[in-house]
Design a protein around this ligand. Structure first.
Ligand code: PSU
Ligand code: MN
Length: 298
């Protein structure tokens, strides 16, 4: 296995401590400087406050690393330095010695190999709106990687109904954390009813244990909505997302740069309020994931 471990994460793994896997694409491409630095502080802080250890994951000069140091994370935070790495991009990133910011798909792949079962992110990728839509590699990877990922639902630039259908087809359980409807990233709910719900870290940990014992080999997607006081109005988010899509279409932005483009456009169209919600939900998913990791380790 060709993974490199940060010192603290390596020791914590050996000691059986609670660990939470975190993606670095949100730092490299998802948030602008200096808000991405703030994201590192807030997510790591929330995880430590709950008694767990953060394991930021990324590719450092060709080494797939589980447990990035502060200095390494700073390299990801500097705009434009890191390339965006999905699972399909890992061999190229390794072979070329790249600095690669891993998306959910590459992050959960590495976390599973490392033996870290619980992870946190903001919004997952999914099926973009429109005919013949772009589909994020996150979805298939969630289907073939064991573990539990806490998120705030699909990003607001994603079609929530099509994404839910796809995950259902792929065998990924979507579970509401204290809610009955699918959270929708910056907004608290999408028009999608969920079949499953848990309300406590212990209940989530029990679900993870059952998945591991059954060897179902797909990720449990636990959806924790953005905190109420930081949530945006669903109608406003939808309108801004449509406008962002139109801007991307007009600029001809396709492929892996589309999601970062849409997130930046959303921030601009909402006078930065989407950034505040995004940071709040990232911090809260980190907290929830840490509480579940602690309950699982206990
Ligand atoms: N969540 C955020 N901001 C982000 C992402 C998630 O709050 O930037 C990243 C994740 O790394 C996710 C990726 O896997 O966006 C999806 O990109 P794409 O749609 O190109 O697959
Ligand atoms: Mn894509």
């Amino acid at each position: 296995m060709n993974l490199r471990f940060g010192e603290e994460v390596g020791e914590s793994l050996a000691a059986g401590l609670a660990i939470v896997a975190l993606e670095s694409s949100v730092i490299g491409q998802g948030l602008p400087l200096p808000r991405n630095r703030e994201c590192v502080e807030r997510m790591s802080g929330a995880i430590r406050a709950a008694g767990a250890v953060p394991a930021w994951i990324g590719v450092v000069d060709g080494a797939v690393t589980v447990g990035l140091t502060g200095e390494e994370l700073e390299r990801f935070a500097v705009a434009g330095d890191a390339t965006k790495v999905a699972r399909r991009d890992l061999p190229v990133a390794v072979a070329t010695g790249a600095l690669g910011a891993t998306t959910v798909s590459a992050t959960i792949w590495a976390a599973a190999k490392a033996g870290v079962a619980v992870g946190a992110t903001g919004g997952i990728g999914g099926v973009h709106p429109g005919d013949d839509p772009d589909v994020s590699a996150d979805l298939l990877e969630l289907a073939r990687t064991p573990g539990l990922l806490v998120c705030s639902g699909p990003k607001s630039i994603i079609d929530p109904v099509a994404t839910t259908e796809k995950l259902e087809e792929l065998g990924v359980s979507i579970v509401g954390y204290g809610v009955d409807r699918l959270p929708f990233f910056l907004a608290r709910a999408a028009p999608v009813e969920l079949e499953h719900r848990v309300d406590t870290p212990a209940a989530a940990a029990a679900m993870l244990r059952a998945a591991q014992e059954l060897d179902v080999r797909s990720t449990l997607l636990l959806c924790n909505p953005v905190p109420s006081e930081m949530a945006m109005d669903a109608g406003e988010v939808a309108a801004a997302a449509r406008e962002a899509e139109a801007l991307a279409d007009r600029a001809g932005v396709q492929g892996k740069v589309r999601t970062p483009f849409l997130l930046a456009a959303l921030a601009e169209l909402t006078d930065g309020r989407s950034l505040e919600s995004n940071l709040a939900l990232l911090e809260d998913t980190a907290r929830v994931a840490a509480e579940i990791a602690v309950a699982s380790a206990g």
